[in-house]
Design a protein around this ligand. Structure first.
Ligand code: ZN
Ligand code: ZN
Length: 133
């Protein structure tokens, strides 16, 4: 099990598995969300994810005309876990306490639209667009 929290500690959560694969999305929408080169997340089955405190502090924003939503803390603005699809949550990897995990970057997605200054230099598999097995 691993745990994580936002910067103000209002929102805390637990994952009942030891996640390993990090997906880094380099698309322009994720870049604006984080202000960074994209967002690094792990994908977790919904039944392995639970909020511990502060679920009422979790805000969600849906981008108009796009299949994209962001979740964030109402108080401190930290990126937070959200719904990935019908069966999975995504969890921003930077929130996870890393001391007990084997996390590593496994996949880069939307690398074809990454920022010009963004250099991919780890062993993650590069996908120019969305994830393909
Ligand atoms: Zn917070
Ligand atoms: Zn993205």
């Amino acid at each position: 099990m691993v745990e994580g929290c936002c910067n103000c500690s209002s929102v805390t959560f637990a994952i009942d598995i030891d996640p390993k694969d990090i997906f880094v999305c380099h698309c322009s929408i994720c870049r604006r969300w984080t202000g960074n080169n994209g967002v690094a997340v792990v994908i977790v089955p919904k039944d392995k994810f639970r909020w511990i405190t502060g679920e009422d502090q979790v805000a969600c924003w849906t981008k108009p005309n796009a299949d994209w939503q962001s979740w964030f803390c109402r108080t401190c603005g930290s990126a937070l876990p959200g719904v990935n699809d019908d069966t999975n949550m995504f969890v921003p990897a930077g929130l996870i306490e890393t001391s007990t995990t084997n996390l590593r970057v496994a996949h880069h997605i939307w690398a074809g639209s990454k920022a010009s200054w963004d250099e991919i230099s780890d062993d993650g598999k590069i996908h120019l667009e969305s994830f393909q097995n």
